[in-house]
Design a protein around this ligand. Structure first.
Ligand code: F6P
Length: 324
């Protein structure tokens, strides 16, 4: 192994820079050259590549976003796109790839790795959604969770002044980790998530209980998803049945993707980044680096993407008990 390529792809996540730094420095430590590929698979196709030295990743461990940019490439989904990407790798003498991203990134890597099997690929889970199977946490999730809690704390101030009910929509694509964990951490009355259904009756009961208790405000976190209908969808349904509630909707949006990574995300990214190079040195290929019970594990891409990562349903009970 003489030279590796590294890229970030898909939705960015706080801690991607810390992972890039770890990959770069660990590779250089082992005498391996590092080429940073800009704009994910897009840059692999167009050849936007720069060789990195250890100082190229100085002062980024604390920065949100990704200094090598990210993109979602449609072209990489085509045979021609993949062929061009492969030619770039050969021309640049890159003999292995580290890809930092989520579901879409690993789907691309899995297909590419099957066709061009002389290029081993190792993935690092970088997504705020925490929705990859085979790892307890993904890079960026902890930071996003903390951003959500900070935002909900602020909304609670105005909610209680006006004695209102707030539906707050959080990201997560099709997963409810951010909503469920964010609800517990911010003391919300309920979390509406795609994995566990909540009936309108149940929701009404939880909200009424909340109002009875504090007599002023209520907060419900809703995971974005077609299944939940999002915060707008849930609020509309509730308003029809209970026009007496003074409801407001807040969609937190992309604020959840930004900001300086938490200490936990920096540590996770540093461990996973170094582990990715160890994996390549141990001849691993087409696997994602995971962390389970504080131990590094290798998860085949196909499992990480396809297997559904379950939310801990006991946490829903914790939330409900604590909201009485
Ligand atoms: O996967 C990260 C994520 O932020 C999801 O939570 C969200 O559904 C999606 O990306 C939004 O993507 P975009 O920034 O392309 O609108």
């Amino acid at each position: 192994l003489k030279c590796i390529g590294v890229l970030t792809s898909g939705g960015d996540a706080p801690g991607m820079n810390a992972a890039l730094r770890a990959v770069t420095r660990k590779a250089i430590y082992h005498g391996i050259r590092v080429k940073a590929i800009y704009r994910g698979y897009k840059g692999l196709i167009s050849g936007e590549i720069k060789e990195f030295q250890t100082q190229d990743v100085s002062n980024i461990v604390q920065q949100g976003g990704t200094i090598i940019k990210s993109a979602r490439s449609m072209e990489f989904k085509t045979d021609e796109g993949m062929q061009t990407a492969y030619e770039t790798l050969k021309r640049e003498e890159i003999d292995a790839l580290v890809v930092i991203g989520g579901d879409g990134t690993f789907t691309g890597a899995r297909i590419f790795g099957q066709i061009y099997n002389d290029i081993p690929i190792v993935g690092i889970p970088g997504t705020i959604d925490n929705d990859l199977y085979g790892t307890d946490y993904t890079i960026g999730y902890d930071t996003a969770l903390n951003t959500i809690v900070e935002a909900v704390d602020k909304i609670r101030d105005t909610a209680s002044s006006h004695e209102r009910l707030f539906f707050i929509e959080v990201m997560g694509r099709d997963a409810g980790f951010l909503a469920l964990h964010g609800a517990i951490a911010s003391g919300a009355e309920a979390a509406i998530i795609p994995e566990i259904s909540t009936s309108m009756d149940q929701l009404t009961q939880l909200i009424e209980q909340g109002f009875r208790k504090s007599k002023n405000s209520s907060i419900v976190l809703v995971a974005e998803s077609d299944i939940t209908g999002g915060a707008m969808g849930v609020a509309e349904k509730l308003k029809k049945a209970h026009p007496e509630f003074d409801c407001r909707v807040t969609i937190l949006g992309h604020i959840q993707r930004g900001g300086s990574p938490t200490a936990n995300d920096r540590i996770l990214a540093s461990r996973m980044g170094t582990a990715a190079i160890d994996a390549l040195l141990a001849d691993q290929r087409n696997v994602m680096i995971g962390i389970v019970n504080d131990e590094i594990v290798y998860v085949p891409f196909v499992k990480a993407i396809k297997d559904e990562k379950p939310v801990n349903s006991a946490l829903m009970e914790v939330l409900h008990i604590l909201s009485i």
